[in-house]
Design a protein around this ligand. Structure first.
Ligand SMILES: Cc1cc2nc3c(=O)[nH]c(=O)nc-3n(C[C@H](O)[C@H](O)[C@H](O)COP(=O)(O)O)c2cc1C
Length: 329
C-alpha cells in the first residue's frame, strides 16, 4: 500500500471525527473526565468522556465542563447494559454531543436510531467480521475493533488477528483500531492496513493531565507487559467478561467473589444476572479505589499489555505527537 493510501484512510478518520489527528482517547471509567478529555481534544486528538462510573446528571455536568475547557470535538462513551441507558441517550441528544461510542454489548436498533435521528454519530465495537457487517446494517457510522491486549474489559481475539479479519473487508464505514497501540510505528502500520485511526487507553493513563492517583501512574511506569493479566471465568454457569489488570490482591479478591457467586448461582440462591451485576459493581469500585484513591494493592489497576511501553509521565500533547509522528510526515 502506498503513502497515498495511508493519507486517504487517515484523512477519512480525521474528517469523521473532525480533528487534526485521528487518535481517539479510549474512554476509561473514573479517568476519562473533563481534564483528560479536554487535554486530548486540545492536542488535536479526540477525547471520549467515560460515563461508566457517573450517574446521568453528573455525566451531563461533565459534558458541560469539557466544553468550558475546549472548543474542539469530543465524544461520549455509554455502557449498553446500563439499566438507565435510555436516560443517557436522552442526555447525549439534549446536550448535542456529536459522537457517541456504545460499549459493553450490542445496542438495540432503537438506541442507534434515536441517536442517529438526532444527528449524533454512533461508533460501535465489532468483535468479528460477521458482527461488523451486522452493526453496519444496524446503523453504525464507524466501528472500533479492540484486541485482547487492551486494558479493562476485553474480548478474546488479538488486535493482530482482528485487523486481518476485519480491516480489508469493511470499507462502508471508518474503522478505528484499539488494543496494544502505544507508539508511532504501530499507528502508522494500522493506518497502512486500512485503519481510519487508532484508539488508545493505557498510554493516556500516564498523561500529566490525567487525574489518576500518583500511585496508579507509578505502577504503570514500573510494570512489564506480562504483568497485565486477564481474569479467568471459573464456571459457565456464571459467564464473566474477562478484565485485564495488573495482578495484585484486588485480583485475588475478585476471584474469591467470583467463586462465592458461582456457588450462589449453582445453588439457585442468586439469579445469574444479579451475580454478573455484582461483579461489575466490584470492578467499578475496585478501579476507583486504585485509580482515584491510590490503593494499588487492593484496588484494580486495569491496564493493557502496552503498559510495558509506558516509561514516564508526559503531557498529553507529547503522547499524541509520538503516536502520530509517522502518519503526519
Ligand atoms: C483503566 C481503564 C478503564 C477503562 N474503562 C473503559 C470504559 O469505561 N468503557 C470502555 O468502553 N472502555 C474502557 N476501557 C478501554 C479503553 O477505552 C480502550 O479501548 C483501551 O484501553 C484500548 O487499549 P489499550 O489499553 O491497549 O490502549 C478502559 C481501559 C482502561 C485501561
Amino acid at each position: 500500500m502506498t503513502k497515498r493510501a495511508v493519507a486517504d484512510s487517515w484523512q477519512r478518520g480525521r474528517a469523521f471525527l473532525g480533528v487534526e489527528h485521528a487518535v481517539m482517547g479510549g474512554a476509561m471509567s473514573w479517568l476519562s473526565e473533563r481534564h483528560l478529555v479536554a487535554a486530548i481534544s486540545n492536542a488535536g486528538g479526540f477525547g471520549v468522556l467515560a460515563t461508566g462510573s457517573m450517574p446521568v446528571e453528573l455525566a451531563r455536568a461533565e459534558v458541560r465542563a469539557v466544553r468550558t475547557m475546549t472548543d474542539k470535538p469530543f465524544g461520549i462513551n455509554l455502557i449498553v447494559m446500563h439499566p438507565a441507558l435510555s436516560d443517557y441517550v436522552t442526555m447525549v441528544i439534549e446536550e448535542r454531543v456529536t459522537h457517541c461510542v456504545l460499549a459493553g454489548g450490542i445496542p438495540n436498533r432503537e438506541t442507534v436510531e434515536a441517536l442517529r435521528a438526532a444527528g449524533v454519530k454512533v461508533l460501535l465495537f465489532a468483535p468479528s467480521l460477521a458482527l461488523a457487517k451486522r452493526l453496519i446494517q444496524r446503523g453504525a457510522d464507524a466501528l472500533i475493533i479492540e484486541g485482547h491486549e487492551a486494558g479493562g474489559h476485553v474480548g478474546p481475539v488479538s488486535t493482530m488477528v482482528l485487523v486481518q479479519e476485519i480491516l480489508p473487508h469493511v470499507t462502508e464505514v471508518p474503522v478505528f483500531v484499539a488494543g496494544g497501540i502505544a507508539d508511532g510505528a504501530v499507528t502508522q502500520a494500522m493506518v497502512l492496513l486500512g485503519a481510519a485511526g487508532v484508539q488508545v487507553g493505557t498510554r493516556f493513563v500516564c498523561a500529566s493531565e490525567c487525574i489518576a492517583h500518583e500511585n496508579f501512574k507509578q505502577r504503570f511506569i514500573q510494570a512489564q507487559a506480562r504483568d497485565a493479566v486477564v481474569t479467568v471465568q471459573f464456571d459457565p454457569a456464571l459467564p464473566v467478561i474477562p478484565v485485564r489488570a495488573l495482578a495484585n490482591k484486588g485480583t485475588e479478591q475478585f476471584n474469591r467473589l467470583q467463586m462465592e457467586l458461582v456457588r450462589e448461582v449453582r445453588e439457585g440462591r442468586k439469579a445469574r444476572a444479579d451475580a454478573q451485576l455484582e461483579l461489575e459493581h466490584f470492578w467499578a469500585g475496585a478501579l476507583r479505589r486504585a485509580a482515584i484513591d491510590g490503593d494499588v494493592e487492593y484496588g484494580s489497576v486495569m491496564a493493557g499489555q502496552s503498559v510495558g511501553l509506558v516509561r514516564s509521565i508526559q503531557p498529553t500533547a507529547r503522547i499524541i505527537g509520538e503516536l502520530v509522528e509517522r502518519v503526519a510526515e
